[in-house]
Design a protein around this ligand. Sequence first.
Ligand SMILES: [Zn+2]
Length: 172
Amino acid sequence: MNPLEIKTYGSKVLRVKAKTMVDFGGDLDTFLDRMKSIMIAEQGVGLAAPQVGVSKRIILFYVDPKESSRVDAMINPEIIASSDEFEKSEEGCLSVPYIRGEVRRLLEVEVKYQSVDGTEHTDRFHDLTARIIQHEIDHTNGILFVDHLSFAKRAMIRGKLRKLARENGKKG
Ligand SMILES: [Zn+2]
C-alpha cells in the first residue's frame, strides 16, 4: 500500500468544505492507521483528511501532546460551545511548510463528534489540545491557519504562499 501524501498550500482539496461521513464501515480503520503513520512520520501533532487529499470530515490529533503520546480520531467534529477566553500562540501546518505564525484560538471548546464506530460523543478540551482540534476542524471547512494571521503577518508571507501555490500548479 502506498503511503499517503500530504497536500500543500495551493491544492484545491484544502479549500473546500469536506463531506460529512455517513458510512462508518469499510476501510475507515485502515485509512486512520495510514493517516496516523504519515502524521507521526512528518512530526505533526494533528492531521485532517483533506490534508491527504480526502475531502471528508475526519481529524486525528495528539491528546495533550506535551504529556502523552495518545492519538485520537474524531469523525464529523463540531464545536458546540466554548469559553469566552482566547489565547494567542504560534502554529504551523504540514500543509503550509516553512511558515509559522501566531493564531488566536478559543482556550476551551466543547466538541460533538463521532468515534470510529459511529457512536456520538461530547467532550471538553482545553489549552493545546483545544488549539489542535480547532486547527484540524478548520481544515474540514477549507480554512488554513494562515487565514487567521494578522494583516501585517499575511503581507509578510504573501510571497512564500505564492511560491508554494505555484509549485502545486506545476504538479497539476
Ligand atoms: Zn494544518
